[in-house]
Ligand binder design. Sequence first.
Ligand code: TYD
Length: 210
Amino acid sequence: MSRGKFIVIEGLDGCGKSTQLRLIKEGLEQYGKRVYLTAEPTSYETGKYIRRILSESLIKDMYLQAALFLADRLEHITHPEFGIEKYLNDGYMVVCDRYYYSSFAYQGTASDIDWVMRTNLECERVLKPDLCIFLDVNPDTCKSRIDEVRDKPELYEKDVEKMHQIRNNFLRVFDRLGDSHNIYIIDANAGVEEVYAKVFEKIKMIIQKG
Ligand code: TYD
């Protein structure tokens, strides 16, 4: 059985990732693929601790935050039963809601971005995705969507200026990674179906590459 592909979907909070992830799963299944949909932060212990930090807006040092996300990621990859590596080896298409690009954009402030990138990219256990799709939506739109659905915004959902800054961080990081990563920035301000069509086109490209 051939190894599956590892696909990452990134974007700001409120960019419509959840809807696209659901459609991607359905689309891949119609294509005859087995799909493992997963997300970071995880539901493991470190992931739960991270969720508490986010929902209670606990102030933590950026290095500590980045280290927690990395620890959570390592468990996400290597878990013997539910790990990304295991599913890929079993031939699944693994579609992950956020990955290390989020750490670079959210935890990578001016002073520590190099460290955040190095610790993730140079760690042998940390898998490199086959494809990363960034759903690019205007941060003002994201913020209004969040405000509609959340009683209490999480740590990175409070401030629209911060969301603009995070989007810029993503774009800067993608630029910096250049062609060494298979990254596509998709204008996701349009309707759901239109965005999905663009997303699935990229996914088909990596399936057909074999
Ligand atoms: P999100 O995908 O928004 O999950 P949910 O919709 O369940 O709240 O992710 C939660 C937050 O985690 C989001 O604000 C981004 C943040 N995050 C980081 O700051 N660094 C990371 O490395 C990851 C994976 C997520």
